[in-house]
Ligand binder design. Structure first.
Ligand code: AZC
Length: 866
């Protein structure tokens, strides 16, 4: 059949000149691309934009061939699959990644050259697919790259947002949000699947366990093939678009109520319209819960539908499917899988629960309390009445199972002498105790059980009940993991302490990783060539631990010189970008110091900004001779602030305000430049990271779960200044702590220090000077910066929750160490090489292999190369 199809394809192709298959010898690649411009895009002339789209369409055909083969092969083998459920996939651009992963760079490079273009220039014409906020979304993108590269049967599942992460512009130095209209020119990397649709219901009533939704929408599938590197395997990212069940309300239409006739359509489409631009900050909108259940329900229905084409016994599901829930966003999956198994498949509760808890696993990405989603029971009951019923039952069975344990705990505690009801109330003292004594008596067992409750009281409004989605996930999952060693320990001691004590074996660590393809091989091609030359092979691209082999070159002066040259070339590329975007000239002989990540108080971009003010004051105060000794610095910031995050937006303005003074002060000249690069995104990171010499990962210890840009910088030989937080700790272990610029308090001291700081008076004089300067109006509107200062400096208004004043002195010491070391370029370069050499552990291939072995039990199924 295949042979006949091939003959038919060739015959058809011959009659249709431009439709000839590239790579089959029927037509040359330049002709193929020209044909695409003419026939697919309908243009007789070319432009870089058209050439990009035509090249992408051409690559797409190769990709789809390989994709179909992979999926057919996997389907015939019927292995266990991993499904990565994530509300975010921050993919960035696809052209370069696809061409290189498929090994077609030579062919396409040459073909485009013949047409008068370069692959790099065309790559720049592609829109970024920004369907994610930051770390969590980009991690998901790295993970599916690694799954395909490791031949692991697996798909990503998410939402095809019409508008991705907002575009950031600067207006008078303030952030301005603009919509991300990324689909205007179509998306050549996706395959629409109008035949693959599922219904998802909302609202309505439950009558005797039977749910009749009042509203339904259609989820339509779009497949995004994910090519592995150095393998024939092409995985899949299936994203769902929300569509109305009916395009038009015909009755309304006939009544002439045209706007009302399309109201339902608009409401349905709203579900997949926008990505919520929150990264670890407050949620709580009903539409967001709708988005979550929308993609989770469609994905699970899809998996069950495929499973049922091959199997009839649902108890085999755990042997065929593992679902990884990426943070709390998809954790409604616990209730949805139960609902589908019970209501649609007719299983009894216990059987369904057995299957559910064997299929699901949960990753936590943050300890920020405001990001741990909790939905009001009122919202959940209204939108998802059947799910709420199921969650209620899960909660009560769960708590029942703990009753005996709790009872014995209560009995083993010495009985209080007088007021017996105070027994379960810790630390109630004085007036508070008296007040509590008046409250209605609560059953001590219920009281003790409440800390395990999936349904909990809102601590700020006792009358309100909330569904704690993280607890639902922990109870419904077979494994729970944090994303760096220290973070996985912290969650066991804090947010999941009580759960950890009940089932310690459930808790694991999976230190994050990043793909060495995008984040070294492709974004830093010169360094990649040097590494390949030194190691004698490019195997490191797939086996990143081979980078270890670079260690022996760390002291080699010749190698160091080549290494430095490449960094300098990358700095030139970044300087050109900065000039192009901001108009600022930055010197390339300066030290490039970078902080790129979402803007957050816990990530402390303002600590960095304060140290810049200090540096500026030092330069100003120095004599001409002293100035000559300064190490020139270019400090680059990039990152978006959640649109409703007041303080984060002020932090951006703080940076731009400092920049406009410093960059235009003739006393400073080239000694200091401060740049805020607007609209930080994946492709900008691909230019920034290879050029970085030092990068800042300076969160208050215990707040950054892992960080992943730290790993990308490390891979590109960029030194790190950081706190002992997140994956910094493990990077320090790998590189040698003495090779990082480490400062700040330890996570274990943070709680105590926060308490003590209420009486803190011991300010570093440099700090005080910085605060005074800021309030003097030197950087513009002093009233505007008043609360930025109050927040960290006025213990009567705030207690410097993120400990900036506390860490300032050691931070400045670390900064001095940076300046001193930069003067010794040999030592600096030696360290830089060591960073790259020890970065193998932080490959997402290592991380995904651990998920596959230790959680999913999914084995590689390599697709044969044809
Ligand atoms: C981030 C964490 O803040 C970051 O430390 C981590 O590296 C990353 O996830 C990947 O694990 N979290 C998020 O982006 N968002 C939320 C809601 O946690």
């Amino acid at each position: 059949v295949t042979a006949i199809l091939d003959v038919a394809k060739t015959a058809f192709a011959k009659q249709n000149g431009a439709k000839l298959q590239p790579g089959s010898g029927q037509v040359s690649l330049p002709e193929d691309i020209r044909g695409k411009i003419l026939y697919d895009l309908g243009s007789k002339s070319s432009s870089p934009e058209l050439a990009y789209r035509a090249a992408a369409l051409s690559v797409r055909e190769r990709l789809i061939d390989a994709f179909n083969k992979s999926q057919e092969y996997w389907s015939s083998k019927d292995p266990k699959f991993a499904y990565y459920l994530s509300a975010e996939f921050l993919m960035g651009r696809s052209l370069t990644n696809t061409v290189y992963n498929l090994g077609l760079q030579g062919e396409y490079g040459a073909a485009l050259q013949e047409l008068g273009y370069s692959l790099e220039d065309l790559a720049d014409k592609e829109q970024n697919a920004a369907l994610g906020n930051g770390g969590l979304g980009r991690l998901a993108a790295c993970f599916i790259d690694s799954m395909a590269t490791l031949d692991l049967p697996g798909w990503g599942y998410g939402i095809r947002y019409k508008y991705g992460m907002f575009k950031q512009a600067l207006k008078d130095g303030h952030q301005k949000e603009l919509p991300d209209i990324w689909l205007t020119n179509g998306n050549p990397w996706e395959i629409a699947r109008p035949e693959i649709t599922y219904k998802v219901g909302f609202y309505g009533k439950v009558d005797n366990f039977k749910w009749t939704p009042a509203e339904e929408v259609i989820a339509k599938a779009y497949d995004n093939p994910i090519p592995g590197y150095g393998t024939a395997t092409v995985g899949n990212l299936r994203l769902w678009e929300a569509l109305p069940v009916a395009e038009l309300d015909l009755d309304k239409f006939n009544e002439g109520k045209f706007a009302e006739a399309v109201e339902g359509k608009r409401k349905a489409e709203d579900i997949s319209a926008v990505l919520y631009p929150n990264d670890a900050t407050e949620y709580g909108k009903e539409l967001r819960l709708k988005q979550q259940v929308f993609f989770v329900s469609a994905s699970i229905q899809d998996v069950l539908a495929r499973f049922k084409t091959k199997h009839s016994d649902l108890s085999e599901l755990p042997a065929k499917a593992a679902f990884q829930m990426n943070d709390t966003h998809p954790t409604i999956a616990v209730a949805e899988l139960m609902r589908l198994l019970i209501d649609q498949e007719g299983l009894d509760w216990d059987k369904a629960w057995g299957i559910t808890t064997k299929c699901l696993a949960f990753t936590n990405h943050t300890v920020m309390p405001e990001a741990l989603e909790k939905w009001p029971v009122t919202v959940m009951s209204k939108l998802l009445p059947r799910h709420m019923e199921i969650i209620d039952k899960i909660d009560s069975i769960w708590k029942d199972s703990l009753k005996e344990k709790v009872l014995s705990q209560i009995k083993s505690k010495p009985a209080p002498k007088k007021a017996p009801k105070a027994a379960a109330k810790p630390a109630a003292k004085g007036a508070k105790a008296a007040k509590e004594a008046e409250e209605p008596e609560e059953d001590p067992v219920e009281e003790a059980l409440s800390k395990y409750g999936i349904i909990m009281r809102n601590p700020y409004n006792k009358a309100e009940k909330l569904v704690n989605m993280a607890y639902l996930a922990v109870v419904g999952s077979k494994a729970v993991n944090g994303v760096a060693a220290i973070h996985s320990e912290i969650i066991k001691e804090t947010i999941f302490k009580d759960f950890y004590e009940l089932s310690p074996d459930k808790f694991q660590n999976k230190t994050n990783g990043v793909t060495p393809r995008r984040w070294l091989a492709y974004c830093n091609p010169q360094l990649a060539s040097l590494i390949t030359e030194a190691l004698g092979s490019n195997e490191w691209i797939k086996h990143a631990d081979k980078l270890q082999g670079l260690k022996k070159f760390a002291d080699d002066k010749g190698f160091q010189a080549k290494w430095r040259d490449i960094k300098l070339n990358n700095k030139h590329r970044l300087a050109a970008k900065i000039k192009d975007v901001t108009g600022i000239d930055v010197p390339t002989h300066a030290l490039y110091d970078i902080q790129i990540k979402r803007i957050h108080e816990y990530k402390r971009q303002h600590l960095n900004a304060f140290s810049i003010i200090h540096r500026y004051l030092q330069i100003k105060a120095a004599s001409k001779e002293e100035r000559a000794k300064f190490v020139p610095r270019v400090v680059v910031f990039g990152g978006k602030a959640a649109s409703a995050y007041y303080m984060a937006k002020k932090m951006i303005r703080l940076i731009t305000a400092i920049g406009s003074v410093v960059n235009n002060d003739p006393d400073v000249g080239d000694l200091l430049k401060v740049v805020f690069l607007p609209d930080y995104n994946v492709s900008l990171a691909e230019v920034i990271i290879p050029a970085a010499e030092v990068s800042q990962h300076i969160s208050t210890a215990g707040t950054e779960a892992s960080g992943t840009s730290n790993m990308k910088f490390q891979m590109n030989g960029c030194l790190i200044i950081g706190t002992m937080d997140g994956a910094n700790v493990e990077i320090a272990d790998a590189v040698g702590k003495e090779n990082l610029f480490v400062f700040g308090v330890d996570a274990k001291d943070v709680t105590r220090l926060r308490e003590e700081r209420k009486n803190f008076k011991d300010y570093d004089p440099r700090w005080t000077k910085v605060m005074d300067t800021l309030l003097s109006g030197k950087f513009g509107d002093k009233a505007y910066f008043q609360d930025v200062v109050d927040n960290v400096n006025d213990m009567t208004k705030s207690n410097d929750w993120f400990l900036l004043a506390n860490d300032f002195a050691t931070y400045m010491t670390a900064q001095d160490e940076i300046d001193a070391l930069y003067k010794d370029q040999d030592e600096w370069t030696r360290r830089s090489i060591l960073y790259t050499a020890s970065s193998g552990f932080f490959s997402s291939d290592r991380c995904i292999a651990q998920y596959a072995n230790e959680i999913w039990d999914v084995k590689p199924v390599p697709v044969p190369a044809s």
